[in-house]
Design a protein around this ligand. Structure first.
Ligand SMILES: Nc1ncnc2c1ncn2[C@@H]1O[C@H](COP(=O)(O)OP(=O)(O)OP(=O)(O)O)[C@@H](O)[C@H]1O
Ligand SMILES: [Mg+2]
Length: 327
């Protein structure tokens, strides 16, 4: 593979295994190939141990892969290492690698400075970042004195301050409260929109991924098991699950009638939000469902189709992968 100039990231056949004496080797990354176009936010998902962090570390040159090609903004990560590495920044899981004894501003100056960003332009940009992250009044505060959420925001801001076209954020919203997580997500989306940055976010928080990313890559057992637009993945898992809310409890007889006709139905009828949840195989079954409800003397308050979410799709994909005997 020649270095790819048309995409922010190109990975081909990347593999990495860990060997320990007297133990079978762990294949952390199993020949994966993936490309990320400029100006996109891509989610990297996968259960614990899927190989996400190992993949990111290999791309960042923090870990030596066993093989495969990596190109960052057109530069080969091995043969043109310096050029490639100056175009990518990252915040890695756990390691909030900022200096706690320096102020927020000093951290920005330091990390951006490593990439040659500074001077008046730099200062203007840092000011903008602080604004986006709601950290203006913390500018001169020592990181040590900041709350966990603000430390995390500073770590992300420092990665972004390097102004690299490609940024990796490994679990950026871990442990953040709802408002802070929302603010961080908004800031990330705005930056991609305004500056055409390319961001790869790994997260276990599906709501975050569904909100921020257009496309997701799902890993399991070191392999990529899905790579698609979020919308397509959701469509794939659009089940015909219906929720029938009832105005009052069902009689015992009514429950039996429903259960007999729809053995899979989950009936809740204990005086508290009575409902029937049922999966219908084909669209016509909705008429049969209504007929059966009438027979059961059910007082229907509403019928809604359950919307799939990314979490359900994810769980289903990983379950299938495991059922296929992988992992
Ligand atoms: N330095 C290491 N030495 C040995 N094994 C490792 C090392 N780093 C990772 N592994 C193993 O490689 C596999 C992939 O780990 P990795 O950290 O990449 O997963 P992950 O997808 O980031 O998981 P998580 O969601 O928990 O962060 C796991 O089986 C892990 O135990
Ligand atoms: Mg990880």
């Amino acid at each position: 593979m020649g270095a790819r100039t048309d995409v922010a990231l190109a990975v081909a056949g990347l593999h990495k295994k860990f060997t320990k004496r007297h133990k079978p080797p762990v294949v952390a990354v199993d020949h994966i190939s993936v490309e990320v176009a400029y100006g996109k936010i891509v989610g990297l998902l996968g259960p614990n141990g899927a190989g996400k962090t190992t993949t990111i570390k290999c791309i960042l040159g923090l870990m030596e892969p066993d093989g495969g090609e990596i190109s960052v903004c057109g530069y080969d990560a091995r043969r043109q290492r310096a050029a490639a590495m100056s175009r990518v920044a990252a915040v890695l899981e756990g390691a909030r690698n900022i200096y706690w004894r320096l102020s927020v501003w000093e951290n920005l100056e330091y990390f951006a400075g490593l990439n040659g960003i500074g001077g008046r332009d730099g200062a203007l940009y840092f000011q903008q970042l602080l604004q986006r992250f709601g950290l203006e009044d913390k500018k001169d505060t020592t990181v040590l004195e900041l709350s966990q959420g603000n430390k995390q925001k500073v770590a992300v801001a420092c990665a972004l301050a390097k102004r690299t076209p490609l940024v990796f954020l490994d679990e950026p919203t871990l442990g953040l409260d709802v408002e802070t997580s929302y603010q961080l997500r908004q800031a990330i989306k705005d930056m991609v929109r305004d500056e055409g940055r390319t961001i790869v976010i790994s997260s276990h928080d599906m709501a975050v991924v569904q909100d921020v990313c257009e496309r997701v890559v799902i890993m399991a057992n070191g392999r990529i098991i899905a790579d698609d637009q979020v919308q397509n993945l959701l469509a794939l898992f659009r089940t015909r699950e219906y929720l029938v809310k009832l105005a009052r409890d069902l009689t015992r007889e009514g429950q039996e009638i429903i259960q007999e006709q729809f053995p899979q139905a989950v009936i809740t009828s204990d005086g508290h939000d009575p409902s029937v949840r049922v999966q219908l195989i084909n669209g016509q079954d909705i008429y049969r469902l209504i007929d059966v409800m009438r027979q059961a003397n059910a007082d229907i308050a509403s019928i809604t189709q359950e919307e799939p979410d990314l979490e359900k799709a994810f769980v289903e994909l990983v379950r299938k992968e495991r059922a296929n005997g992988n992992g």
